[in-house]
Design a binder for this molecule. Sequence first.
Ligand code: HXC
Length: 261
Amino acid sequence: MTDPVILTELRGDGERRTALVRLNRPKQLNALNDEVMDALGEALRRFDADPAVGAIVITGSEKAFAAGADIGMLSQHDFISAYTTDLVTRNWETIRSVRKPVIAAVAGFALGGGCELAMMCDIIVAADNARFGQPEIKLGVIPGAGGTQRLPRAVGKAKAMDMVLTGRMMDAAEAERSGLVSRVLPADKLLDEVLAMGELICTLGTASVLAAKECVNRAYESPLAEGMMVERRMFHALFGTPDQKEGMDAFLAKRPAKFVR
Ligand code: HXC
């Protein structure tokens, strides 16, 4: 029997738990083929719909988060098949519709589609052995799952051009310096710390967590005035939730808040 290409489990012991999704093609450095992307999409949809889940973590192995799209799979395509089967669009972008926070815990290589998958997550936390890159230019193509768009937004044009045009890798320290990742952790602490982040998010108010994610994504995708309007209205709307009463009452009473779900 072949191993499943992704492994999923729920972690934490709170009322809501963190879903952990592990890419599981270690021998191929978690190269992303259709089977992986279909399974990942299905898991993300399932966890997003499950009220017992408050956050989702995607990780790989110690050696590779994912070394890119599966080059064997890509090599089978010509223009007609890529275009008519809607390569990438058909099964890589489920993550964009997930409303709960998704954190990428990246150890080892995050290259090509692996780097792009990490950048589709809401937060990237890196192990100190992480290496990021968009090496597609060396294969005679370019990034096809957002690398030319999300990388410049994360690290600026100069570094993005440098990486996309040369295919060089960036280590974890450079990735943190450049704003691609939020934190760098020792490799042996990565998963525990990221799961702790997930667990913390699980204790917060559902509506405020979803609203916070939605608003930050607006900053990324719309003009400032429109983003400000969305934030302001969302801020107003949250005053209609029990969580706002509880959060503020708890602070004033000097006790921990207990948010309803
Ligand atoms: C298929 C891959 C792979 C990939 C590694 N492997 N990356 N198979 N697709 N993207 C396989 C290798 O063929 C090898 O299989 C095994 O994993 C271990 O890899 P090695 O090369 O032996 O390991 P190492 O010497 O440590 O080098 C690691 C590496 C190198 C630097 C990450 O594997 C590498 O350069 N990989 C390709 C990276 C890349 O170009 N990614 C972009 C892909 S295009 P065997 O059977 O020999 O043991 C892309 C486009 C996305 O992502 C656009 C959206 C679809």
